[in-house]
Ligand binder design. Structure first.
Ligand code: ZN
Ligand code: ZN
Length: 310
């Protein structure tokens, strides 16, 4: 069985304009050595090469909205997948227009994708209230919920699937459990001894660790409603495009300040906050980290190459 893992690698930390040594938004979520790409700004595949991320292991791509700094890198990545001979299905969770954009671009080049792409559209979710399941596999399940930006934009909540119970090895001798029944017991079964005594599952197993959750919120005004969708999540990524001195500009452009992101983290009672999507105007990002920490101490800069355990 694959080793359990749940971490996020930051590929890009900047907002729409290029900034020194920064790339636009993209992140790779690693769940049990399977990859999930969250937004895909320009240059994301170069960053994946740099951090030795095998692109064919990407099972699903989640695109928050159709501003270019969140998807301009995706067509190039799909093209590379094709050139490298991908045959396995790729899931793309995105606004519906992205499919039209890709089909037009592919048609113009006289080709089409040779591997299946399964689209799940987020348009209805972002126009309504509440969260909706948009993806699920053996590793995780993902819900989408509306954010508030200049164009429709969704946040995502990634939750590990519930793990199996852990079998206590001493049960083999203590109750005479045969090895072939271990899997059933991990799945929750009781055990009947030869003399008919029923050994309840709880005596032979221990609770698995609680499934962990990762919330992704970009680009958005700070929203009180967000806390309800992501309450108690382990790690929250929230955009922090601006410093507090530029709070008016943040409001005008439907973005958040670092301090506002930290207030969302505090209200949602998350364990740690990652901030990103920084405006190119800030050369010193410590200013933003410090501003976030005035409201929520466990705040960190989500900059290129950083790996965070969720
Ligand atoms: Zn953006
Ligand atoms: Zn945007």
């Amino acid at each position: 069985m694959a080793k359990s893992s749940f971490s996020v690698r930051i590929l890009g930390s900047s907002s729409a304009l290029p900034a020194n040594n920064r790339f636009p938004t993209a992140q790779i979520l690693d769940c049990n050595q399977q990859y999930y790409l969250i937004d895909c700004g320009e240059g994301a595949q170069m960053q994946m090469r740099k951090y030795r991320i095998k692109i064919q292991r990407i099972k699903a791509v989640f695109i928050s909205h159709l501003h270019g700094d969140h998807y301009f890198g995706l067509l190039g990545l799909l093209n590379s997948m094709q050139l490298l001979g991908r045959t396995s299905k790729l899931n793309i969770i995105c606004p519906a227009k992205l499919k039209d954009i890709f089909e037009l671009q592919m048609e113009a080049g006289g080709g089409r994708f040779q591997f299946p792409i399964h689209y799940t559209f987020t348009d209805e979710i972002v126009e309504s209230v509440g969260d909706t399941l948009v993806y699920s596999d053996a590793n995780l399940s993902v819900t989408a919920f509306p954010l508030k930006h200049r164009i429709p934009c969704s946040g995502f909540l990634f939750k590990q699937q519930k793990k199996q119970r852990t079998f206590k090895k001493e049960s083999l001798n203590l109750f005479g459990v045969p090895i072939k029944l271990i899997q059933e017991i991990k799945d929750g079964a009781d055990f009947i001894m030869e003399d008919g005594t029923i050994i309840p599952n709880a005596l032979m197993t221990i609770d698995p660790p609680a499934p962990k959750t990762y919330a992704y919120c970009t680009d958005t005004l700070p929203m009180a409603e967000t806390s309800a969708y992501i309450k108690g999540c382990d790690t929250l990524y929230h955009e922090a495009t601006f410093a507090e001195a530029d709070v008016t500009r943040a409001k005008q452009t439907f973005h958040s300040t670092a301090k506002q992101a930290a207030i969302v983290a505090k209200n949602a009672e998350v364990r740690q906050l990652l901030i990103g999507h920084f405006s190119a105007r800030y050369l010193d990002l410590e200013l933003l980290e410090n501003e976030a920490r005035t409201e929520f101490l466990n705040s960190f800069l989500a900059i290129e190459g950083k790996l965070f355990e969720i």
